[in-house]
Design a protein around this ligand. Structure first.
Ligand SMILES: [Zn+2]
Length: 82
């Protein structure tokens, strides 16, 4: 009886080992050419946003913060001519 249990345990271990090997082998193959996940970058909106250069201090800033004055762009109201 003890031998039967031993063999049962051995067979179970072998099956478990084969299954784990099959998973390792089939895993990379199934997801081999992994579809490139869409990378939602948080910085994309800022990078995509048009950048302007302040005519006063020369700093680059997003167009949403633009303070236009006299046809030129300024980073803040303090740099825009009054
Ligand atoms: Zn400025």
């Amino acid at each position: 009886m003890t031998r039967i249990l031993f063999w049962l345990a051995l067979v179970f271990l072998v099956i478990a080992a084969i299954r784990s090997k099959l998973r390792k082998m089939s895993g990379p193959q199934q997801g081999g050419p992994a579809p490139a996940p869409q990378q939602p970058r948080a910085a994309d909106p800022q990078q995509a946003e048009k950048m302007l250069q302040c005519a006063q201090c020369g700093v680059h800033f997003p167009a949403s913060e633009n303070v236009p004055a006299n046809g030129r762009d300024y980073c803040c109201a303090a740099h825009a001519p009054h």
